[in-house]
Design a protein around this ligand. Structure first.
Ligand SMILES: [Zn+2]
Length: 358
């Protein structure tokens, strides 16, 4: 057998990048220093926010400095392209070897994109468990008003201190559960796109995402009781979903019609709720459209203490109905159950009423 040394067809290569180190445990911020020392990093830039600097940012800066790593930090307030560009300039000016994102979605997304665009390593240190971007290679960034997803880098390490997460406001944890439970629906959207539009479908990535949803539904009471086991289940589910996106090379296993509903609320609601809270409510209605057991999804969300109605999201009925009618138009190329059941105002209102959302 001879080896063919000609250039491979790059369109046929499926490249998967995954986090190298995933740490979950109590009081483990010190591990970040050990990882950076092991990697021989000389300089580190910490991206954090005004609240998260007090929770974990300053402590990480001190730990890294004690470990002999020259460390600087930058506070960011939003995840816009302008902020990312400022951080990239800082990374280059400081010649940082690694960029650490410490906090919630924004800080992690900015650090992830800045690390990717400047060719540096990225370490993810979430202080809340509100969504699955903590371990993925995708990031969400705001441009001309609306958020869009960009491919970035998989973290070298994800360090999740379960004590910090357990002490964060419970609303974030419940939101993270909404972002997980909705995968039961998102995976069905992906399968539907495969069946009806011949979309690429990866069974392994889909199974990982679906399993995250099942684990959270099974352990809803443990999460509500804020046990370490419950928090750990959520953190592992969030990481699994990040890995499923990396394996699929796309957000398709984790983002379908429930996410489109959430994105449309982000556009039209006066005060949007948290991402996972909106996805959770969306998944109740989308599950009904798919013919799934939507009551089980609703009951799990309710046990966890996540919103299940418009009122609990802090929104009027008309906002929910409008969001349902425009959701698919935000991303026409992503085929979902909403492409199949085109909802006009009347049908949207019926769906939301039937499932008790309004
Ligand atoms: Zn999500």
């Amino acid at each position: 057998m001879s080896t063919d040394l000609s250039e491979p067809d790059h369109s046929q290569i499926h490249r998967i990048t995954l986090p190298r180190i995933v740490l979950v445990g109590e009081n483990i911020l010190g591990q970040i220093r050990d990882i950076c020392v092991e990697q021989n990093f000389g300089k580190a830039l910490v991206i954090t926010g005004e609240t998260t600097i007090k929770i974990a940012g300053q402590k990480t800066v001190d730990l890294l400095t004690e470990g002999g790593i020259q460390t600087n930090f930058t506070l960011v307030g939003d995840a816009t392209r302008a902020t990312v560009d400022k951080v990239i300039s800082k990374v280059k000016e400081f010649s940082s070897d690694v960029v650490l994102g410490i906090g919630g979605g924004r800080n992690i997304d900015v650090a992830k994109i800045a690390a990717h665009d400047s060719g540096r390593f990225f370490i993810s240190v979430p202080t809340v468990a509100s969504h699955d971007g903590i371990a993925s290679n995708l990031a969400s960034i705001k441009g001309s008003g609306r958020p869009y997803t960009v491919k970035a880098t998989s973290p070298l390490a994800v360090v999740m201190d379960s004590c910090i997460i357990a002490e964060s406001p419970y609303r974030f944890t419940a939101s993270g559960c909404g972002d997980m439970i909705c995968k039961a629906v998102e995976v069905r959207d992906w399968r539907l796109a495969h069946r009806e539009k011949n979309d690429y479908y990866g069974g392994y990535a889909a199974s990982l995402s679906l399993m995250s949803s099942q684990h959270i539904m099974e352990r809803a009471s443990l999460i509500k009781a804020r046990t370490q086991e419950g928090i750990r289940t959520l953190l592992e589910a969030l990481v699994s979903c990040g890995v499923s996106m990396s394996i699929a090379g796309s957000s398709k296993p984790t983002s379908g019609s429930s996410h489109l509903f959430s994105h449309s609320l982000d556009q039209i609601a006066e005060k949007p709720a948290l991402h996972g809270e909106q996805c959770g409510v969306g998944s109740i209605m989308m599950a009904k459209l798919h013919g799934l057991n939507w009551e089980a999804i609703r009951d799990s969300l309710q046990t966890i203490g996540a919103p299940i109605t418009a009122e609990e999201l802090g929104m009027g009925k008309e906002v929910i109905v409008k969001a349902l009618t425009i959701a698919q138009s935000l991303r026409p190329n992503r085929y979902t159950i909403l492409s199949k059941h085109k909802l006009d105002e009347k049908k949207a209102a019926e769906l939301a009423e039937f499932t008790g959302v309004i």
